[in-house]
Write a protein of this length. Structure first.
Length: 300
């Protein structure tokens, strides 16, 4: 590990703001000394829940390529977990995460406690995700998207990023964050990074750590189903759904929750009446582990 690039791990809002202000001033001075023009240094935020894998690191690399100061937040947000969900067992690997971010040259890791983010217990003012927030992941996890949007809004206000980077893996999250930005006039631009997969197709996820080898092999049916769907999408949504079902339903360890095709503009389900770009979404339980994945479809 390169000691020079070791990130500062910051736990409080005051310290983060002060360190970011210092970093911005320093970059501005360096630029002025070199006689360079350009606007204020750009802050890029990568919000995560930690247990970082190559998917997260792809977001981090994108962040570095577009901004001057990268902040990776690591916060397992209790507000987006329902009763009986895996808040307690969600993997927490801060030391390894910081080491991985050091390798990527990230200067700032914001790793607050729940007490810092929710000093009065759960926030009583919340962002509500609207109708799309109750579909798909929101139907399976009531309140999940309100909790997610609330913490994302707080992180935007705490960090003040010019750009925030999200992964396409959480397609409904991306849709709802973009909706929130438009509806509530938040400032940052959003960058979306394509899904990073392991060999065999399974989308990388911190939750994959909980899979037994046999479950991990079975979980590949999800990406295989989506791939099969994309390859026949020219025949319409129904044929694509059948192709995906054929792969996923054949795998007894995979308990399908939903498999749908949505209009990317509205995130509402569509069928054969829909033409052009669409997205197929899947969610399933493999053992006790909830997995999601999605793929773009080009419908005729
Ligand atoms: P999480 O820590 O799971 O909340 O994820 C933090 C960010 O990383 C979210 O924007 C995710 O969509 C993104 N992400 C997680 N897994 C992947 C992946 N396999 N490919 C691309 N982005 C991902």
């Amino acid at each position: 590990m390169n000691v020079l690039t070791k990130p500062e791990v910051i736990g409080t809002i005051e310290e983060l703001r002060s360190r970011l202000a210092d970093a911005q001033k320093r970059i501005e001075c360096e630029r002025a000394e070199r006689g360079e023009a350009g606007g204020p240094p750009r802050i890029v935020l990568v919000p995560t829940m930690g247990a970082l894998h190559a998917g997260h690191l792809t977001l981090v690399r994108r962040a570095r390529s577009i901004g001057d100061i990268v902040v990776v937040s690591i916060f397992v947000n209790p507000l987006q977990f329902g009763v009986g969900e895996d808040l307690g067992s969600y993997p927490r690997t801060l030391e390894a995460d910081v080491a991985a971010l050091a390798e990527e040259g990230v200067p700032f890791v914001f790793a607050p406690t729940s007490q810092v983010i929710y000093p009065d217990g759960a926030a009583s003012t919340r962002v509500t995700a609207g109708a799309v927030g109750s579909l798909f992941e929101g139907a399976a996890r009531p309140g999940h998207f309100d909790g997610m949007l609330t913490v994302v809004a707080k992180l935007f206000n705490i960090v003040g990023p010019d750009v925030a980077v999200f992964g396409q893996k959480d397609a409904q999250q991306v849709f709802l964050v973009e909706r929130m930005l438009a509806d509530l006039n938040f400032r940052p631009a959003i960058e979306v990074v394509p899904i990073v997969r392991e060999d065999g197709g399974l989308a990388l996820s911190s939750r994959n750590l909980a899979l037994e080898p046999v479950q991990r092999a079975a979980a590949r049916a999800l990406s295989a189903g989506l791939e099969a769907a994309a390859s026949v999408a020219a025949q319409g949504a129904q044929v694509a759904l059948q192709a995906a079902h054929a792969r996923i339903d054949a795998q007894p360890l995979v308990k399908l929750d939903y498999l749908v095709v949505v209009d990317p503009q509205t995130f509402l389900p569509v069928g054969d009446e829909h033409h052009g770009p669409a997205r197929m979404l899947v969610a399933a339980l493999v053992g006790h582990t909830r997995l999601i994945d999605n793929v773009a479809l080009d419908l005729p």
